[in-house]
Design a protein around this ligand. Structure first.
Ligand code: LIP
Length: 287
């Protein structure tokens, strides 16, 4: 299979090389956030009191942007924190320097650097798709990566292995992941939506990083996952990694994730799981 896809009208991009670069950048940034974590971590709030940014989120994003500029100066960058760049190639790096910042603040292990390269406009849901993605979770010892059409894998202790979604078919014994908003009023609504789901599955896990959750679906350590209103940088890489591992990933409306909902599961849990989470959102008047 060719690793080349059209980049702009005349150029081509090598997906295999781009995946290797995204993986290298995510791995270096993950090492940096883990090794350089100060004992006294400075942080401030963003849109709400619970929505925090630490000094290391910004420093890691700056590092990622400088690495991208060194290797792919023609590409745009959209990141969770301050900074970002326009580009000329039609490709955008969508990055979350620390997904799971609350875990990072509390020194809990479920956080990750998430790096994806996408085609289209990542500010408009439905108009973009990830071409390559890498999620590096330093305290979990895992680096996940994928390229469109090339499968997904995980590297642990120097060993790289392909990953595949769980073969689960029975929703009643499926382990589901989810996450909650930083906004307190929305969290109450999510609690009500969760009550629709909780009685229909084996149990729920709330780990605190959408990027990690999607990778756990990709390797069958969660059977399914859903979350309301993610940002593109939380899920761009995880979306591709899960898809390339055989998952179905969708949203409130159709097959693609959207601004209202992201769900992911193996084929065997469709349409039961997406129907369930969509109906929970419908009951709360969200869709
Ligand atoms: C976080 C997500 C998590 C979600 C949080 C938050 P951040 O990203 O990955 O799953 O539940 O509300 O959005 O803010 O730590 O990068």
């Amino acid at each position: 299979m060719s690793g080349l896809v059209p980049e702009s009208s005349d150029d081509q991009v090598d997906l295999v090389a781009l995946r290797a670069l995204a993986t290298e950048i995510a791995t270096r940034a993950a090492q940096f956030v883990s090794d350089e974590r100060p004992a006294k971590l400075a942080f401030t709030s963003k849109r709400s009191e619970g929505d925090i940014v630490t000094e290391m989120d910004q420093r890691a994003q700056d590092l990622i942007i400088s690495l991208i500029a060194e290797h792919r100066p023609q590409d745009a960058v959209l990141g969770e924190e301050q900074g970002g760049r326009f580009g000329t190639s039609g490709l955008t790096w969508v990055i979350d320097p620390i997904d799971g910042t609350t875990n990072y603040l509390y020194d809990q292990p479920a956080y990750a650097v998430s790096v994806a390269v996408v085609h289209g406009d990542p500010a408009i849901w439905g108009s973009w798709e990830p071409l390559v993605g890498a999620v590096a979770a330093p305290q979990l010892g895992s680096v996940y990566s994928a390229a469109r059409g090339w499968g997904a894998d995980v590297t642990r202790a120097g060993l790289t292995e392909p990953i595949a979604v769980s073969p689960a078919t029975n929703l009643a014994i499926a382990l589901a992941g989810t996450g909650f908003s930083h906004d307190a009023a929305m969290r109450s609504r999510q609690g009500r939506m969760l009550s629709h789901v909780l009685g229909e599955v084996r149990d729920i896990r709330r780990l605190g990083s959408a990027a990690v959750d999607l990778c756990l679906v990709a390797e069958g350590k969660l059977d399914c996952y859903f979350e309301h209103a993610l940002n593109s940088w939380d899920m761009a890489a995880g979306w591709l990694i899960a898809t390339e591992a055989g998952a179905r990933v969708g949203g409130a409306r159709g097959d693609g994730p959207d601004e209202l909902l992201v769900w992911a599961c193996g084929e065997g849990l469709t349409p039961q799981f997406p129907d369930l989470v969509r109906s929970a959102h419908r009951a709360e008047g969200i869709i």
